[in-house]
Design a protein around this ligand. Structure first.
Ligand SMILES: Nc1[nH]c(=O)nc2c1ncn2[C@H]1C[C@H](O)[C@@H](COP(=O)(O)OP(=O)(O)OP(=O)(O)O)O1
Length: 256
């Protein structure tokens, strides 16, 4: 999968592989000329300026509804939205928001999708966790974003005061209009999902490859963002996990 400014990835999805797939670090910045995304050569891990893992975190969710492409068997589409207010206003993104006290991240993802697009998810899968050091959003805490995909839902997307939703083919995702970190991690998720869709996805079913407790792709990443257009440094890990593996043990082990 190729995207503006991003070198061809040799990432392939191999359901038989277990454990650690990819670790990389680097930096990325939105091109102020609007021509897309510029990728810097990676600093070494030692150059990065990450906050310690035990820094206080504020929990958020981010969920991407998926559907089989109506006119292209074996391909899929993603529901994205233009954020109309708040953090990330004007950017294209998935749906989500702050995890409320007493709420699990799944419950939050389902609630936010309903609030922001009037879509009621009945099957979602946890696919990763992204930490952002984004002082412009919160100077004292890391944003700890739990990422999901939604396979089944009722209703049709509706524009709300928060989001203007639209379906897009998975290979037409508008990265240059999204958060700069999306260019780094989202192509891996889309590549993985493309493998899932072409192998065992029947319309309206949850792929075996993302069954609740089965091993599936997990994205774990830290992003250092001095402003909302710049990733000064990042670390990204792809692993196979699922079930209990989504917890802090795997997170801590992979984040060293
Ligand atoms: N760097 C980043 N890259 C990304 O892809 N998504 C990000 C991001 N930083 C934040 N997000 C997502 C997480 C979450 O879905 C959304 C921010 O949530 P909001 O602030 O809109 O939360 P709420 O909907 O709870 O807010 P309000 O209802 O306005 O109080 O942006």
């Amino acid at each position: 999968m190729t995207h503006a400014g991003i070198p061809d990835s040799d990432f392939t999805f191999d359901p038989a592989s277990k454990g650690h797939l990819v670790s990389q670090c680097g930096a990325v910045r939105l091109d102020p000329g609007g021509a897309g995304v510029a990728v810097f050569h990676p600093p070494t891990l030692g150059d990065t300026n990450f906050r310690p893992l035990d820094a206080p975190r504020k929990g958020f969710t981010l969920v991407f509804p998926l559907r089989a492409a109506p006119d292209a068997p074996g391909r899929f589409q993603v529901l994205l939205g233009e954020k109309k207010r708040g953090l990330g206003q004007g950017l294209i993104n998935g749906f989500g928001g702050k995890i409320e006290p007493g709420e699990t991240s799944e419950e939050c993802a389902i609630r936010e999708l309903a609030e922001e697009a009037h879509l009621h998810a009945t099957s979602i899968s946890f696919v990763g966790r992204l930490n952002f050091n984004l002082p412009s959003a919160d100077p004292n805490r890391l944003l700890d974003v739990h990422v999901f995909v939604a396979w089944q839902f009722t209703g049709s997307p509706v524009e709300t005061p928060e989001m203007r939703p639209f379906w897009v083919d998975a290979d037409q995702v508008p990265f240059s209009a999204m958060w700069p970190d999306d260019t780094i991690w989202l192509p891996y998720l889309l590549s993985y999902l493309a493998g899932v869709y072409s192998s065992d996805q029947a319309p309206g079913t949850t792929p075996q490859a993302l069954a609740a407790d089965g091993p599936h792709l997990l994205l774990l990443a830290h992003f250092d963002m001095p402003d909302q257009a710049t990733v000064a440094a990042y670390r990204l890990h792809l692993a196979f996990g699922g079930g209990a593996a989504r917890g802090d043990t795997l997170w801590a082990a992979l984040s060293q």
